[in-house]
Design a protein around this ligand. Structure first.
Ligand code: HEC
Ligand code: HEC
Length: 168
């Protein structure tokens, strides 16, 4: 009895494996990527010309506490190298009065062990590693991110909805 059962089991397993192999055959589907278009992965695409970055000087809402704020002004041609940091020419603590720029926060003067330095920390020297200007373009990838305020509002709404149905 057990032998027959095992035989059947092995046969079914074998059939399933065959079906799996048939299904796993590569299907020739054209490759498309939101950023690259249909260009094959081994080919270099021609990136679109950069537009003019938004320059409206309006500071934007941050989506979460530790988000580096986006840059609300153009930064074309600003020199940031070992000789000079154009950003700090306006954003350093001492220049803020004249430039009316937002001075960089205290974290920018800390080394990775939390020690306070007299000048901007080397790990915060290249500002555009974290801060970027914005372009008025359509997002390539959809995104359903909700910030904490929106989440709280949503949960309050669903709670009051639940209470309303309880009362009825
Ligand atoms: C000529 C002065 C000047 C220079 C140079 C400058 N900024 Fe600014 N920046 C400002 C001012 C003024 C603001 C306040 C908003 C506005 O007026 O654009 C600002 C705003 C910002 C903000 C938004 C801060 C916030 O809390 O929302 C960021 C980020 C920023 N700048 C980054 C940079 C970076 C990075 C560079 C260098 C590539 C740079 N800035 C160079 C003057 C300057
Ligand atoms: C490693 C990432 C990183 C780098 C590099 C960096 N920043 Fe920031 N920056 C942040 C983050 C994160 C915040 C928000 C939290 C905070 O203040 O630390 C911030 C905040 C700011 C703010 C707003 C300060 C405030 O009090 O609202 C300004 C202005 C700014 N950065 C400018 C600069 C400039 C100018 C440089 C280059 C000298 C720079 N940052 C380099 C990550 C970075």
């Amino acid at each position: 009895m057990a032998g027959v059962w095992i035989m059947n089991f092995i046969r079914t397993l074998f059939l399933m494996l065959c079906m799996g192999a048939a299904l796993a055959q590569p299907v020739a589907r054209p490759f498309t990527d939101a950023a690259r278009g249909p260009a094959p992965i081994m080919e270099t695409t021609k990136p679109p010309v950069l537009g003019n970055a938004i320059n409206d000087d309006v500071r934007r809402t941050r989506n979460y506490t530790w988000q580096p704020p986006t840059i609300p002004h153009r930064v074309d041609g600003y020199q940031v190298d070992k000789n000079f940091n154009k950003c700090m020419d306006c954003h350093s603590r001492t220049k803020a009065e004249v430039s009316q720029a937002v001075p960089v926060s205290v974290t920018h003067y800390m080394d990775r062990d939390g020690h306070m330095l007299g000048q901007v920390s080397t790990r915060r020297y290249f500002c555009m590693q974290c801060h970027v200007s914005q372009d008025a373009v359509r997002p390539l990838v959809n995104n359903t991110f909700m910030d904490v305020d929106a989440l709280i509002l949503k949960s309050m709404r669903s709670q009051s909805g639940a209470q309303a149905t309880q009362k009825n």
